[in-house]
Design a protein around this ligand. Structure first.
Ligand SMILES: [Zn+2]
Length: 244
């Protein structure tokens, strides 16, 4: 029942907005970002808290000006974002594929899913079953919105792992040379979350600068084809200020 509702919603939006395709295995989870606060409860130790939050004990001590390891129940601790601050950190090893084909990628194209919810596995299923896309998930990356994956979680799709063409735009030429990143959400109606935007920034900066030496363009879908994607609430100008 749940699923039928899902598919229905996806079909509606897929008609008019974004051409998603779909194979996809859900590969990875991640996701933390800025500083959060942890209130110490009975039995907590710095090392437990550090492990649970994916940061080092030293980082927590630094963020709170602690000299020793003593903490007390009720104490509020600032928990810094993990190592690189980042949504990307958890999947960086997956982004760094051994078969990376730098010469292939000329563009990075951002999309929204035009659905309220979803994740790589759901879009993959939809595209395989309803769009007959044997390679599944048309995007190379999905950035979750907290519905079917974490808010800001980056999922790496099989097309990235395999370094094969996308299925995220109509143009064959652009599918062949463009990395597709899809943020879950319908940004005609709502804004992307701040976690989604920071994950997107991190991912695009890493792909563009670190992986491709700056040699690629950042675009959103509607700058290429007639579509509303990625919606009027997508922060287009901010992204172009950052990425050119
Ligand atoms: Zn799109």
């Amino acid at each position: 029942m749940e699923r039928r509702k899902f598919i229905k919603r996806l079909s509606l939006t897929a008609l008019g907005i974004c051409t998603v395709q779909g194979l996809g295995t859900r590969l990875f989870a991640s996701g933390d970002s800025g500083t959060t606060v942890h209130v110490v409860s009975s039995g907590d130790t710095l090392s437990h808290i550090a492990r649970r939050n994916g940061v080092s004990v030293a980082a927590i001590k630094r963020a709170n000006g602690l000299n020793g390891d003593l903490i007390r129940v009720g104490q509020r601790l600032r928990i810094p974002g993990n190592g690189s601050g980042s949504h990307l950190a958890a999947v960086r090893s997956e982004v760094d594929v051994p078969n990376f084909n730098a010469s292939r990628w000329k563009n990075i194209i951002a999309h929204h899913s035009a659905t309220g919810n979803g994740n790589a596995a759901i879009f993959d299923r939809f595209h395989r079953r309803h769009r007959n896309m044997p390679n599944g998930l048309g995007y190379h990356f999905i950035i979750g919105n907290g519905t079917n994956s974490e808010d800001g979680e980056i999922e790496v799709g099989p097309r990235w792992t395999r370094q094969i063409q996308g299925g995220h735009v109509r143009s064959l030429a652009h599918n062949n040379n463009s990395i597709g990143i899809c943020l879950v959400g319908n940004f005609e109606n709502t804004r992307p979350s701040s976690n989604q935007i920071s994950a997107l920034k991190e991912l695009v900066l890493y792909l563009k600068n670190d992986k491709l030496g700056g040699n690629c363009r950042f675009l959103v879908h509607r700058e290429l084809e007639t579509t509303l994607c990625p919606g009027r609430h997508f922060p287009l100008q901010e992204m172009h200020r950052l990425f050119g």
